[in-house]
Design a protein around this ligand. Structure first.
Ligand SMILES: C[S@@+](CC[C@H](N)C(=O)[O-])C[C@H]1O[C@@H](n2cnc3c(N)ncnc32)[C@H](O)[C@@H]1O
Length: 236
């Protein structure tokens, strides 16, 4: 399928939806635990968006492509007063998170198991405090760069849903993708890169737990960059 002919629900998703096996325990967690955490995009978002969560929250954060959920779980435990929306189309990743939530439930997490562009288009304007995009699929070959999640269309989506002053965080071990993101954010105009010294992007974020994908990159000798952008106040 070419990018142009993809259906709307998979506009920005080009990866695998399933691994080789889903173990019975994981299948059980998907059947029993997922329904209690899943967002229904056919229903209008609650006003205020904080009402999406079973516990009072003062900020709503979005993590796109949470993989096995290492960061999402860690952050949700660390910040019980924030609500976390996690998006991951890879069923095995979702199953892994559901297994953890089955053992230790969290009232400040909601999830969606498909393309994050659908969630972004569902969210109210200015409702999100932070968007985390950690180790997005790198698409290193030039002919595939247009598949990268960062691009004009998705930065427009980020600019709409982020509150002014909100943050977009992007981590990657792929130099060309880091440069690509810096260039796209600069060209877009609604984002300011918050780095004044090299340590600001070479050092992991505060309270960073690491992720499975990052561990692999480090084992293979690649050096991640941790970018943070602020949604500008004066840019539309
Ligand atoms: C390289 S993995 C990194 C996973 C995790 N963030 C980590 O650091 O371990 C990229 C993830 O992004 C997910 N992904 C790809 N396209 C996506 C999309 N359009 N919406 C949401 N997630 C997406 C993939 O399924 C995959 O799990």
């Amino acid at each position: 399928m070419t990018a142009e002919r993809r259906s709307r629900s998979t506009e920005a998703f080009f990866g695998r939806r399933r691994g080789k096996t889903i173990r019975p325990l994981q299948a059980g967690a998907l059947a029993d635990v997922l329904p209690g955490y899943q967002i229904d995009l056919d229903t209008a978002p609650p006003q205020p968006l904080a009402a999406l969560f079973e516990t009072p929250v003062t900020a709503v954060r979005l993590e796109i492509g949470f993989g096995g959920g290492e960061h999402l779980l860690h952050a949700a435990r660390l910040e019980p007063a924030s609500g976390f929306i996690g998006v991951e189309p890879f069923v095995n990743g979702m199953a892994r998170l559901m297994l953890s939530l089955g053992e230790a439930p969290l009232a400040n997490i909601r999830v969606y198991g498909d393309d994050a562009t659908r969630v972004l288009d569902w969210l109210p304007s200015g409702a999100i405090d932070t968007i985390d995009l950690f180790y997005p699929d790198p698409w290193p070959k030039k002919k595939h760069w247009k598949r990268r999640f960062v691009g004009k269309a998705n930065l427009d989506r980020f600019a709409r849903v982020l509150r002014h002053g909100g943050r977009f965080r992007f981590a990657s071990d792929i130099d060309t993708y880091v440069n690509w993101t810096l260039l796209h954010c600069r060209a877009h105009g609604a984002f300011e890169w918050l780095a004044s010294a090299a340590d600001d992007w070479r050092e992991p974020y505060p309270d960073w737990p690491g992720t499975r994908y990052e561990a692999k990159a480090l084992r293979e000798g690649r050096h991640p960059a941790y970018l943070t952008f602020a949604r500008k106040h004066d840019a539309g």
